[in-house]
Design a protein around this ligand. Structure first.
Ligand SMILES: CC(C)(COP(=O)(O)OP(=O)(O)OC[C@H]1O[C@@H](n2cnc3c(N)ncnc32)[C@H](O)[C@@H]1OP(=O)(O)O)[C@@H](O)C(=O)NCCC(=O)NCCS
Length: 161
C-alpha cells in the first residue's frame, strides 16, 4: 500500500518540483512561472505543497497571495496554481489530495477565498464556482470560463477588505 504525504516544500525540493511540472505540462512555462513567483513578494514557502510517494515528489501545488479589489477596498485572497502531478501517478487521487490540503491550509492561514485559473470541470468537484457567477475577474490572459473561485468563509467575496 503506497502512502501519499502532502507537506510544505523545503529548500531542497526546488529541482524536483520543476521536474514534476515539466513532465506534467510537457514544457517549461509553469516551472519558469514558479521561479518568477518565488522571487516575488507574494511568495510564501509555507503555501507551496508537495505530494510525496515513497520519498519521491510526484505532485506540487503553489498558492500565492493576490490582491482582490471590490467596492474600492482591497483584500488578500489565494491564487492556486500551477498545480500538477507526474503523468505516471495521475488518476490516483493525488491532485485531489493537493487541492483538499490547499483548502485546509488556506483556512488555517485565515484566508477567505481561493481563486484558480484551470479546467473548471476539475475544480468544480471540490466546490469551486464560476468566477463569473461570483462576479470575480482577473487580469490574466485566460478564458473567462477558466476562472473559478471558492469561498472558504461563506460570503467572503461580498465583504469589504
Ligand atoms: C490535472 C491534474 C493535476 C490532476 O491530477 P490527478 O492526480 O490525476 O487528479 P485526481 O486523481 O485527483 O483526479 C483525476 C480526475 O480529474 C479529472 N481530470 C483530470 N484532468 C482533467 C482535465 N484536464 N479536465 C477536467 N477534469 C480532469 C478526471 O475526471 C480524472 O478522473 P479519472 O481519474 O476518473 O479519469 C493532473 O492530471 C496534471 O498534472 N495534469 C497536467 C497538468 C495540468 O494540466 N495542471 C493544471 C490543472 S488545471
Amino acid at each position: 500500500m503506497h502512502t501519499i504525504t502532502v507537506r510544505p516544500e523545503s529548500t531542497e525540493d526546488v529541482r524536483a518540483i520543476d521536474v514534476v511540472h515539466i513532465s506534467a505540462f510537457g514544457g517549461e512555462a509553469e516551472a519558469r512561472l514558479i521561479s518568477a513567483l518565488r522571487a516575488s513578494s507574494s511568495y510564501n514557502r509555507e503555501l507551496s505543497l508537495v505530494a510525496e510517494l515513497n520519498g519521491r515528489i510526484v505532485g506540487h501545488v503553489l498558492l500565492t497571495r493576490v490582491p482582490l479589489r471590490r467596492n474600492g477596498t482591497e483584500k488578500n485572497v489565494l491564487a492556486l496554481g500551477p498545480m500538477s502531478v507526474v503523468p505516471s501517478q495521475s488518476h490516483r487521487g493525488i491532485g485531489s489530495e493537493l487541492i483538499n490540503a490547499s483548502v485546509n491550509l488556506a483556512r488555517e492561514k485565515g484566508y477567505g477565498t481561493i481563486i484558480v485559473v484551470g479546467y473548471p470541470e476539475y475544480y468544480k468537484r471540490f466546490g469551486f464556482r464560476s468566477a463569473k457567477e461570483l462576479k470575480v475577474t482577473c487580469n490574466l490572459p485566460a478564458p473567462e470560463d477558466a476562472l473559478t473561485a471558492m469561498e472558504i468563509v461563506e460570503g467572503n467575496l461580498a465583504t469589504a477588505g
